[in-house]
Design a protein around this ligand. Structure first.
Ligand SMILES: [Zn+2]
Length: 218
């Protein structure tokens, strides 16, 4: 897969907001920087971990690291969203994940969701107007009772890095308009069995106040 000058330029002009919790965010940010994404804004939940991003050496990327204002919750991110092209989250708190999905749908921003469920990782590219929002998807993928408090990241960093790499690939494809992105499929990667399961047909739900909104392009 080689990229044209036009596609590289599209990456250079792009801004990605990474709402970081699990370590997958680190490999994700490294790969976005490596691919030449122009601006990456990292909002880190749990300020003590933001130091890990400082080891990423941005070449031509403007890398901004901010701490997540816990008291403001997701609303603290609202002013940031209009200036970004894509949001990627590895948040450990399901309430924040759902709030972020609501916000992204309302503002018409594509969102890559990821989360650890048991020993598996799930990754889902949510495109406003096409994909079901996170609230609509969770019951269908067997998550009716999501934990109310923050969950732990995956115990194996190799799995976090794998997930970060998959998210980076989707982000690069989206921003540079390369290949195909599955916008109605949630991927579940199982590091123990080696299986990658696809939960398909997660289209936006007409009656939903979040994903049923008319399509708005980013
Ligand atoms: Zn919905």
């Amino acid at each position: 897969m080689s990229m044209s000058r036009h596609q590289l330029e599209a990456l250079r002009r792009s801004t990605v907001l990474v709402v970081a919790g699990a370590d997958a965010a680190l490999s994700l940010v490294e790969l976005l920087v490596d691919a030449g994404v122009g601006r990456v804004v990292v909002v880190q939940q749990g300020g003590e971990k933001s130091v890990m991003f400082q080891a990423v050496t941005p070449s031509d990327t403007s890398l901004e690291i901010r701490s997540f204002n816990e008291s403001g919750g997701v609303n603290a991110l609202e002013s940031l969203l209009p200036e970004v092209d894509l949001v990627v989250e590895t948040v450990l708190d399901w309430q924040v994940k759902l709030g972020l999905s609501d916000l992204a749908m309302r503002l018409g921003k594509a969102l890559i969701h990821s989360g650890v469920v048991g020993h598996r990782y799930q990754i889902y590219f949510i495109k406003p107007g096409k994909s079901a929002c996170l609230r609509c998807v969770l019951p269908g993928v067997g998550i009716e009772d999501f934990p109310l408090g923050p969950v732990a990241p995956h115990p194996l960093k190799a799995v976090e890095t794998w997930a970060g790499s998959l998210m980076a690939l989707d982000a690069i494809k989206y921003l540079a308009d390369l290949g195909v992105i599955q916008t109605t499929t949630l991927w579940r990667i199982d590091p123990l069995s080696g299986d990658i399961e696809a939960v398909r047909n997660l289209a936006s739900v007409k009656d939903c106040p979040d994903c049923g909104l008319p399509f708005k392009s980013h």
